[in-house]
Design a protein around this ligand. Structure first.
Ligand code: M6R
Length: 612
């Protein structure tokens, strides 16, 4: 999705803008541009299609000299990727960058054209620039003009605006799209995401929906768009260091993030495991002891990889806390008038905390009276802000578009939540809880062993099967969401067709896909589903599939029956997904790397999906 960076300070703006945009590349984009106040009361704009290096080449040939500017990476929504559609957009003295969608753009375009606006691009953003320019013509200053314009816009947006006649400021605003302000000494920044600003400052202000702010070298003054009233937004100190957002010697962010998972889980568990009492310190969960016993149903909302974590969470909540639980694709939840309300605990699971589908679904559930708990990785993001409570994962910044460490940390939070609820509801005894709490404490080391111990074998398998046309992932029970996740990872970064299937469902259709050319990856840890998965494995073998198993160490039958066995340690059943997913992430990574695809920024995908 689009990325925004802004700088108002005393150093040159353009290098900071480019650096910030580079840190937002992971969000996905197809063109980029910057605008800088230059000497003589003008604002110069440079835009280029494709990667940032194209923009940099233009800036290298004709540098923009000035200390106040805005930059943007565009992920096309209205109009194809082209220079004319790239941001910033200019109308008279006004220059705008924008992330999101203006829903009333058709009516707005007609109105602006009637007033004589010459609109050059297909974008909704240029309309915002013209609207603000008309407000300036009517005598308003930049802040007043932006405020008046925004009151006429519907939709989800984050914007940053410059005016040629007010060279010391940037006006920003947000509604349902992410925007963060960074504070420094004599310098103020804005960005779509924390990592864009981390090398410059850790002092951040997170705007609320409906906020706008004027950024000057002295700081940020935040007001409400509708009322113009001052809004005091507390400054937060972000403890992610910029180094955590670098590749640290790995070829790609995704590979680094796969290897970081043991550390990410340790950070996520820190301070939350109550080993003495075989319990979880659950104050962040935002439920009272009475809430824990009175909740009648849990609804999990999520998209993509987070949806697979949520599916695993359903097993945890049903098995350990005995609460009826449903899992919903957030994008399918809205619009069907879902039956949800008081008594329901709705858990919105999202790495970014900004996914619009999940945000809107959670908002609908909240409006209907449900209690909302967010499980998110980005502190202060939109979903935690909307929720009654936020139980954060502490994976650190995830830069690769393919989610890895955020997935396993989501599993950790869901399992901790189920243990906490199970203890309070009397459905999980102390011995059962102790096994899980101790199992969680040990899991980072076992994860490290799987990543380090299997990566060579998995790399060899990826090399052998990199040209396979289809790949099938099978699993039952807790391994079913992991099979889905293995297939999603492979599809999104290597563009190989892959299916994840409940192993027992295979005979009802996808078995037709299997022949001697098709790798079939069967997840078969020693769990309650093992025997039945074993039967499904034999069905696939009988169709001459290329069988690979992910099995518990010492499983002789797996070694006898499958060509290749990727071994994981024996762990308590609920913890198996923490291990089985790791070789699948590695497999997807190595296939993509052999194919030479853009692993960290796969085609057509965005890290944070802020459109519905
Ligand atoms: O930020 P979220 O967890 O809400 O994102 C949801 C999906 O867009 C995300 O998981 C997507 O499927 C990833 N590319 C998966 O690797």
């Amino acid at each position: 999705m689009c990325g925004i960076v802004g700088h108002v300070g005393s150093e040159q703006a353009a290098p900071v803008l480019i650096d910030g945009l580079r840190r937002l590349e992971y969000r996905g984009y197809d063109s980029a541009g910057v605008a800088v106040h230059v000497e003589g009361g003008d604002v110069k704009v440079v835009r280029a299609v494709g990667k940032l290096r194209n923009l940099e080449a233009q800036l290298g040939a004709a540098p923009l000299v000035g200390t106040v500017g805005i930059g943007h990476t565009r992920w096309a929504t209205h109009g194809r990727p082209s220079e004319v559609n790239a941001h910033p957009h200019v109308a008279g003295p006004i220059v705008v960058v924008h992330n999101g969608i203006i829903e009333n753009h058709l009516a707005l375009r007609a109105r602006l054209e009637e007033r004589g606006a010459k609109i050059a691009s297909d974008t909704d953003t240029e309309l915002v620039a013209h609207l603000v320019a008309f407000k300036v013509q009517e005598g308003l200053d930049l802040e007043g003009a932006v405020r008046a314009a925004l009151r006429e816009l519907h939709g989800a947006y984050a914007i940053a605006v410059l005016s040629k006649s007010e060279p010391d400021r940037i006006v920003v605003a947000k509604s349902s799209s992410p925007l963060v302000i960074g504070l420094g000494e004599g310098v103020t920044y804005c960005g779509s995401d924390v990592p864009a600003l981390l090398p410059y400052t850790r002092r951040m202000i997170f705007l609320e929906d409906g906020d706008m702010a004027v950024l000057t070298r002295a700081g940020a003054s935040v007001t409400r768009i509708e009322t113009g009233e001052r809004a005091d937004r507390a400054e937060k100190i972000i403890d992610w260091s910029a180094v955590m957002a670098e590749k640290a010697g790995f070829k790609h962010f995704m590979l680094k993030e796969i290897h970081e998972q043991p550390r990410a889980i340790e950070d996520t568990l820190r301070g939350r495991l109550d080993r003495e009492n075989a319990d979880i310190h659950g104050h962040e969960i935002g439920l009272t002891e009475a809430d824990a016993t009175s909740v009648t149903r849990v609804v999990l909302l999520a998209c993509g990889t987070s949806h697979h974590a949520a599916m695993t969470g359903r097993y945890y909540l049903e098995q350990l806390a005995k609460i009826p639980t449903t899992v919903e694709l957030a994008s399918e939840f809205r619009g069907r008038d879902p039956i949800v309300g008081p008594g329901d605990l709705v858990i919105a699971v999202s790495q970014s905390g900004e996914t619009l589908d999940t945000l809107m679904a959670a908002r609908e559930a909240k409006d209907k009276g449900a209690k909302i708990l967010a499980i998110a990785n980005v502190i202060g993001s939109a979903i935690p802000r909307l929720a009654h409570a936020a139980f954060y994962t502490h994976a650190g910044p995830e830069i690769g578009v393919a989610s890895t460490k955020c997935f396993t940390t989501q599993l950790a939070n869901l399992l901790m939540l189920a243990i906490w609820l199970g203890r309070r509801r009397g459905t999980l005894d102390a011995a059962g809880a102790r096994e899980l709490v101790e199992g969680l404490a040990k899991i980072p080391v076992q994860m490290r062993d799987v990543v380090i111990g299997t990566r060579q074998l998995v790399g060899n398998l990826a090399k052998r099967y990199r040209d396979a046309r289809d790949v099938l992932f099978l699993g039952r029970g807790l391994s079913f969401p992991i099979a889905l996740e293995g297939a999603l990872k492979l599809k999104e970064i290597s563009y190989v067709h892959a299916e994840g299937y409940a192993a027992g469902e295979m005979k009802h259709g996808p078995i037709a896909l299997i022949d001697s050319q098709v790798p079939v990856i069967v997840l078969m840890p020693k769990d309650r589903w093992y025997e039945r998965t074993f039967s499904n494995l034999q069905e696939a073998m009988a169709r001459e599939g290329q069988m690979i198993s992910v099995a518990t160490e010492g499983d002789d039958a797996a070694h006898r029956l499958t060509q290749d066995v990727v071994e994981i340690a024996s762990v308590p059943e609920p913890l198996t997904p923490f291990l089985t997913v790791l070789p699948l992430q590695l497999y997807a990574y190595y296939v993509a790397d052999f194919k030479g695809t853009d692993v960290d920024q796969p085609r057509n995908l965005a890290k944070t999906v802020t459109v519905e």
